[in-house]
Design a protein around this ligand. Structure first.
Ligand SMILES: *[C@@H]1O[C@H](CO)[C@@H](O)[C@H](O)[C@H]1NC(C)=O
Ligand SMILES: *[C@@H]1O[C@H](CO)[C@@H](O)[C@H](O)[C@H]1NC(C)=O
Ligand SMILES: *[C@@H]1O[C@H](CO)[C@@H](O)[C@H](O)[C@H]1NC(C)=O
Ligand SMILES: *[C@@H]1O[C@H](CO)[C@@H](O)[C@H](O)[C@H]1NC(C)=O
Ligand SMILES: [Ca+2]
Length: 486
């Protein structure tokens, strides 16, 4: 019976391999509809599809926090100079006067007006003590990035900064990208650009010198985190083959997680100092000023919702398919007839909805929880799986689908965190190799290297995984009377 189960899975996967390798025309599904009514032999019925909200400007929904909290200029009022001209010191920042204040909100207002509005820090009066600022953007909701993050600086761009992300509401942070005028000097990392990345190294965390030359390139004020260039590694230039990207996202959790965030943090480490050394006689020239931050993305709803609402200061998915939770991450009460599972982009163009089904009055079966972590095998009808009684109610629950406590992309499997290869610990909280800022430094400084993206080999691996898991489950089932407490 187990064998049969595996064969079914293999058939599905083989099908998916073929599907994902074909090339699809540009006009393919947009996943904007969750269900539609169709006529069939049984009359009018519903057809369910994978769906996701449209991408939007996510800066309207965030909470911004500065660290240190009193780092915004103007309290007490302060005069500052132009970076390029130490004698041009006729600017004033005064928090108590609206026209002269530069609060953090001005990083997210509508731009396009002249002069621009911007947040500004205090000046570097305490040089040589570093001028450090953290700007943390929190959504309290998982978001999937769909376009480049763009930060516009009004003074020079910083000489050193790090963009970091969190996937667990700010409990743990990972770097996204390092920025410096001199990467080796600042972070002991080789300078790279996004063009140096390939499908295999897409998840590498790089240091780039492209966005730090403040003085020479005075007209270029932006610092980017390039999402679209990374998408293009799978979807091709101009992203004409999004199907290929979605197929890849569907099957590679690492890749999906890479573009998923709950928070972002901009760590400003050293302001622009212009072409020369720091001029200690005129420290009022050095500060940070940001006029705009762009973050485009969509709510992560696990392909179970096509809209996301902002209500009571909080984003949440409007879940369909009888799912619930802020990310539609579980089945509604009484709809746990089979394991919750994320929807799937495959097969293109409509994907698979993986709806939650009404539960007959049956004892809860723990295998459901288990299979739910394998989002790759969506169509598996669990009724074909033998029922197993492995759950030991006395067992400590490290995590569950509500608590979502596993960090760094760990998945909750049978109330234990199953960690990605680069992390370990009860909650996947420990990086496997700990070093200073650059993280793990292999020959290619890969943090969480993407496995060669052969879809089929990946699926085969997952198939093996599942088999192991099923076998372990059976063993557990037989042994559970012997296990008193773990
Ligand atoms: C901010 O507050 C800290 C302590 O609360 C103080 O040491 C520091 O000087 C203050 N910084 C500024 C720029 O006012
Ligand atoms: C900023 O965040 C980092 C960790 O992301 C932390 O170590 C640091 O203390 C924070 N505060 C400042 C002012 O840098
Ligand atoms: C985040 O959202 C949860 C509900 O999903 C809510 O209970 C919590 O208070 C929110 N936290 C903050 C800091 O807004
Ligand atoms: C969800 O449950 C309701 C009944 O409460 C039913 O009418 C609806 O069709 C179900 N939706 C899905 C997607 O199964
Ligand atoms: Ca602005």
């Amino acid at each position: 019976m187990r064998f049969q189960f595996a064969l079914t899975l293999q058939a599905i996967w083989t099908g998916m391999c073929h599907a994902a390798m074909q090339h699809y025309p540009a006009a393919w599904g947009h996943y904007d509809v969750c269900k539609s009514q169709v006529y069939s032999d049984e009359g009018l019925t519903w057809d369910y599809m994978a769906c996701q909200p449209e991408a939007a400007d996510m800066t309207q929904f965030l909470k911004v926090t500065l660290d240190p909290p009193n780092i915004t200029c103007g309290d007490p009022p302060e005069t500052y100079c132009a970076l390029e001209n130490p004698y041009m010191c006729n600017n004033e920042c005064d928090a108590s006067t609206e026209e002269l204040s530069h609060p953090p909100e001005l990083m997210f207002d509508t731009e396009g007006r002249n002069p621009t509005t911007f947040w500004q820090s205090t000046t570097w009066k305490k040089y040589p003590k570093p001028l450090l600022v953290n700007i943390t953007l929190s959504w309290n909701k998982t978001i999937e990035l769909t376009d480049d993050i763009v930060i516009t600086f009004e003074s020079g761009r910083p000489e050193q900064m790090v963009l970091e992300k969190s996937l667990d509401y700010g409990r743990t942070w990972q770097p996204y990208q390092f920025y410096a005028t001199d990467c080796l000097d600042a972070f002991t990392m080789e300078p790279k650009t996004v063009q140096d990345l390939s499908q295999h190294t897409l998840l590498d965390i790089i240091c780039t010198e492209d966005y730090s030359r403040g003085y020479v390139w005075k007209n270029d004020k932006t610092v980017r985190f390039e999402i679209k260039d990374r998408f293009a590694l799978f979807a091709g230039p101009r992203l004409h083959n999004m199907a290929s990207l979605y197929g890849q996202l569907d099957t590679t959790k690492n890749l999906r997680d890479f573009f998923t965030i709950t928070d972002l943090r901009i760590r400003l480490l050293r302001p622009a100092t212009g072409a020369t050394m720091v001029d200690e006689s005129s420290l009022s020239r050095y500060f940070y000023a940001i006029s705009d931050i762009k973050v485009q993305g969509r709510c992560k709803c696990n392909l179970h919702a096509n809209s996301c609402v902002f209500d009571k200061e909080k984003l949440s998915c409007e879940c369909e398919h009888n799912t619930t939770g802020p990310d539609c991450g579980r089945c509604k009460r009484n709809y746990q007839g089979r394991a919750w599972s994320a929807g799937s982009y495959l097969p293109i163009p409509k994907g698979t909805a993986n709806i939650c089904e009404y539960k007959q009055a049956l004892a809860p079966s723990s295998i459901h929880k288990h299979v739910s972590s394998l989002t790759v095998a969506p169509q598996v009808a669990l009724s074909t799986a033998p029922s197993v009684h492995a759950a030991n109610s006395k067992r400590a629950r490290v995590c569950d689908n509500e608590l979502l406590r596993c960090q760094n992309g760990g998945e909750c499997v049978n109330n234990r965190c199953s960690c990605p290869p680069s992390y370990t610990g009860l909650l996947c909280e420990k990086p496997r190799c700990e070093s200073e800022l650059g993280g793990c430094k292999g020959p290619d400084s890969g943090q969480a290297s993407l496995k060669p993206p052969s879809l089929c080999s990946l699926l085969t691996l997952l198939l093996l995984d599942l088999l192991v898991v099923v076998v372990v489950f059976f063993l557990l089932g037989w042994l559970s009377p012997l296990i008193v407490k773990i």
